[in-house]
Design a protein around this ligand. Structure first.
Ligand code: HEC
Length: 126
């Protein structure tokens, strides 16, 4: 009886650890939700495969993010932080037409903080 209990316990532990080691269920996006929703709202019109412009996609295509090399991602993270903090993106002309796409102060901070954290993380993974 005791042996069976131990066996059950061992099986249970194996099962649990197997579950936690198995690859996480792929989430939809490569970005955290709050970042993703900011990007979708303010950047995807130009920087996503479906709706973007050639020029903007050459700079970044957020939908292709996971295809970029690590070094490219790190470089782009720096660029993203910079352009949003300097108010260069989204472009002023676009905001004249779509003022609701303007980033709020808190969105800018969130994005900029995230780009730094993410770049640090990627550099350690390298
Ligand atoms: C109206 C279209 C449009 C929107 C919206 C837009 N971009 Fe851009 N973006 C462009 C274009 C066009 C370029 C390439 C030419 C340039 O640098 O102006 C660009 C370039 C960039 C670059 C590269 C800049 C550099 O210095 O090389 C970054 C980074 C960037 N965008 C980030 C963003 C982010 C982040 C957002 C959302 C907060 C965003 N963009 C929204 C059109 C857009």
């Amino acid at each position: 009886m005791k042996k069976q209990l131990v066996l059950l316990l061992v099986i249970g532990i194996l099962f649990l650890s197997f579950q936690s080691f198995s690859p996480e269920t792929p989430s939809e996006g490569v970005f955290p939700d709050e970042i993703s929703s900011i990007l979708k709202n303010s950047c995807y019109d130009c920087h996503s495969t479906a709706t973007g412009s050639e020029k903007a996609l050459k700079a970044i295509d957020f939908e292709q993010w996971d295809q970029y090399r690590l070094s490219k991602q790190i470089g782009l993270l720096g660029d993203i932080g910079k352009v949003v903090e300097e108010g260069k993106m989204p472009p002023g002309k676009y905001l004249e037409k779509k003022p609701d796409r303007k980033l709020s102060e808190s969105q800018i901070k969130l994005l900029a903080d995230w780009t730094r954290q993410e770049a640090d993380k990627l550099m350690q993974a390298d």
